[in-house]
Design a protein around this ligand. Structure first.
Ligand SMILES: Cc1c2[nH]c(c1CCC(=O)O)Cc1[nH]c(c(CCC(=O)O)c1C)Cc1[nH]c(c(CCC(=O)O)c1C)Cc1[nH]c(c(C)c1CCC(=O)O)C2
Length: 354
């Protein structure tokens, strides 16, 4: 394997010294880039793009060719696991994800298989191997999965939801059924992430997009518990390096102390937290990733730079910070504004290192 030319993302996660703060963006390969829209048109639709390793590699590298980013993220989706469990994922143009089959009874849950990642999700592993080859050591590659709770909401609702009516009703009506579903998902996510690591992912992130919709008690029992089990089952050393694990619960600011006990290397923060406060609470245990409000990218370049400067100042001196948005970049953002953001992180952070 080629040596890494830029390892500041991995170094910051391990709190080793860096020259400047590393930066990447959630959803960095996406619709705000015209070249992404062209590749998706070439593939036909979003899932065909995910399932074609050459095209998935092409879109993974597009943001890296435009900007001096410090990490690549596998182009795929969190809903590949429910699809591999037989639910039939599809996307109607202009709408969110949908499933042909929805999970509503204990019998549905009992019938769900645990996918074999190389067999049933081989297209994802092929994409990881292709991207690693084409990256040729430029920056590290991040693999990812959804959290069990986040995946369960899509499987029970049949798609996106505003109020999680069916999934929360199942959680309270039949907690054992929900636990059975989450248990299968935790097993599936563990073997899926381990297969990504063996295929070449150098760090992994668990997206718990909807953990923040739960009560304190339900978050601990139905989301964090399963993420902790996954973290305990992951390969943490590969290719002679530590494989960092990032836990991101959107809306999880209340639970940072408990999340920091889950065994992950770093916590992702959304923009509702103050990163200085987060560092004081958990910075001795974990690195932090975040946390600029993605809507700041709609503002002018001076305002974007001011917000980057403010967050860098709030984190303060030293390593342990990976700059990111607090959630994914949105399709309406001007690509030039993303460039201003990324360059500002490198330029304005040098004073906090060395
Ligand atoms: C909840 C969730 C999903 N997918 C994902 C999450 C968790 C992150 C989060 O909280 O946002 C994760 C995801 N989805 C995608 C990535 C790729 C890697 C990256 O660049 O970050 C990642 C990491 C590509 C994608 N996944 C999707 C797109 C847009 C599809 C398109 O090209 O039309 C992309 C680039 C589709 C998708 N996939 C999903 C939804 C709800 C949608 C529709 C959303 C929308 O229309 O904005 C499920």
């Amino acid at each position: 394997m080629t040596a890494l030319k830029n390892d500041r993302f991995l170094r910051a996660l391990l709190k080793q010294p860096v020259d400047v703060t590393p930066v990447w963006m959630m959803r960095q390969a996406g619709r705000y880039l015209p070249e992404y829209r062209a590749s998706r048109a070439k593939a036909g639709d979003f899932m065909s793009l995910c399932m074609n390793p050459e095209l998935a590699c092409e879109v993974t590298l597009q943001p890296l060719d435009r900007y001096p980013l410090d990490a690549a993220i596998l182009f795929s989706d969190i809903l590949t696991i429910p699809d591999a469990m037989g639910l039939g994922l599809y996307f109607e143009t202009g709408e969110g994800p949908r499933f042909k089959k929805v999970i509503s009874t204990p019998a549905d849950i009992a019938a769900l298989p645990i996918p074999d990642p190389e067999k049933d999700l081989g297209y994802v592993m092929d994409a990881v191997r292709t991207i690693r080859r084409e990256l040729n050591g430029r920056v590290p590659l991040i693999g990812f999965s959804g959290s069990p709770w986040t995946l369960a909401t899509y499987m029970v609702e049949g798609g996106s939801s505003k109020d999680f009516r069916k999934s929360k009703a199942m959680l309270y009506d039949n907690p054992q059924a929900m636990h059975d579903l989450l248990d299968k998902l935790a097993q599936s996510v563990t073997s899926y992430l381990n297969a990504q690591i063996l295929a070449g992912a150098q760090a992994v992130q668990i997206f718990d997009s909807w953990g923040g919709s739960l009560s304190d008690a339900a978050y601990r029992e139905f989301s964090l518990f399963y993420m902790e089990r996954i973290v305990a089952g992951l390969i943490r050393q590969h290719e002679g390096r530590e494989v960092p694990v990032i836990l991101f619960t959107k809306g999880g600011g209340l639970w940072l102390e408990s999340m920091a006990e889950a065994g992950a290397t770093a916590l992702g923060l959304d923009w509702t937290c103050d990163i200085r406060n987060a560092r004081a609470r958990v910075g001795d245990k974990v690195a932090l990733q975040g946390n600029m409000d993605p809507t700041v990218l709609y503002a002018n370049p001076t305002a974007i730079r001011a917000e980057v400067a403010r967050i860098l100042e709030r984190y303060g001196h030293g390593s342990g910070h990976v700059f990111n948005l607090g959630h994914g970049i949105t399709p309406e953002v001007d690509p030039a504004h993303a460039g201003v953001f990324i360059e500002a992180v490198h330029e304005l952070s040098a004073q906090y290192h060395g």
